[in-house]
Design a protein around this ligand. Structure first.
Ligand code: AMP
Length: 280
């Protein structure tokens, strides 16, 4: 059965009040739609852990840096609802923008430190947009558990910090990155790649795996990075925003592998910005 779609906060609260009264736990999976197997894996993780599951679909204007990126973001609501059918979610919350940002909305949540580097360095205010909308979705859904992908690892850490700092009683659960067969991390933005660019895209993950192997053999990022960046550019990527090894908790910069380290990359291919990260 296709789960019902709710578009208003009042309707959402009427439903969650019934579940709460019955003593059900609620899990939420925040998304921006254009769903793929990565999103569905989060919905399944939520289904396994919670009595009730809400998937939210909201293309959050506050986390986009430019209007053309917001306009070109894929929107596939009917397909999304059909894809969710197999996961058995209970409700799809697709708020209209005024349900999230009503007239006069004036609050911004900023998480300091964790947002200075990686995507925060190249996408100013992006994480303010995330850290402002996510607590609203937590509070609107009154979720006990929230499921996020490690694909957006920095976002996961920012959300964890925000929920802790604001005493929001939600357990944030990180779920592994789901990949295409050729290694490309699944992303709604992959839909924007031309056929030619799509063939080149897995090179980013391939180079990252090679860096990982070299790091585990004792090499340093200072030694590896120049060649690795050259390979990514030779493969057809036009610009590398970052290729960095960082601590998986506080995201501080590292030069050598250690337990908990992660390799992070963001690069542009044919006008599309792809990101990826792996544990080292
Ligand atoms: P988005 O719709 O891109 O905002 O993503 C919604 C959620 O799905 C976020 O928690 C993402 O980290 C997660 N997600 C996106 N792609 C993947 C993937 N390939 N594997 C696992 N989770 C993902």
């Amino acid at each position: 059965m296709i789960a019902p779609i709710e578009r208003t906060l009042a309707g959402l609260r009427a439903q969650t009040a019934i579940w709460r009264k019955a003593g059900d736990t609620i899990g939420v999976v925040p998304t921006m739609g254009a769903l793929h197997q990565g999103h569905l894996s989060l919905a399944r993780a939520a289904r396994a852990a919670c009595d009730r599951v809400i998937v939210t679909i909201f293309v959050n204007p506050k986390q986009f840096n430019n209007p053309s990126d917001l306009d070109s973001y894929p929107r596939t609501e009917q397909d999304d609802a059909r894809k969710l059918e197999s996961t058995g979610v209970d409700l799809i919350y697709v708020p209209s923008p005024d349900q999230i940002y009503p007239e006069g909305f004036a609050t911004t949540v900023t998480v300091a430190g964790l947002t200075d580097m990686l995507c925060g360095a190249t996408r100013p205010r992006h994480f303010d947009g995330v850290a402002t909308v996510v607590p609203k979705l937590f509070l609107q859904t009154s979720a006990d558990f929230a499921f996020f992908g490690e694909k957006d690892y920095q976002q996961l850490q920012v959300v964890r910090r925000m929920a802790t700092d604001l005493d929001i009683p939600v357990t944030v659960v990180g779920c592994p990155t789901i990949r295409e067969e050729d290694g490309l991390a699944m992303s709604s933005r992959n839909l924007l790649l031309s056929d030619r660019a799509r063939i080149k895209a897995p090179m980013l993950a391939e180079v990252m795996q090679d860096i990982r192997a070299q790091l585990l053999n004792g090499a340093t990022m200072a030694q590896i990075t120049p060649d690795a960046k050259a390979r990514i550019l030779t493969a057809g990527f036009t610009k590398i925003d970052y290729l960095e090894l960082r601590d998986g908790d506080d995201l501080s910069l590292l030069d050598q592998a250690k337990p908990g380290a992660r390799l992070f990359a963001a690069a542009w291919l044919a006008g599309v910005r792809l990101i990826d990260n792996i544990a080292v």
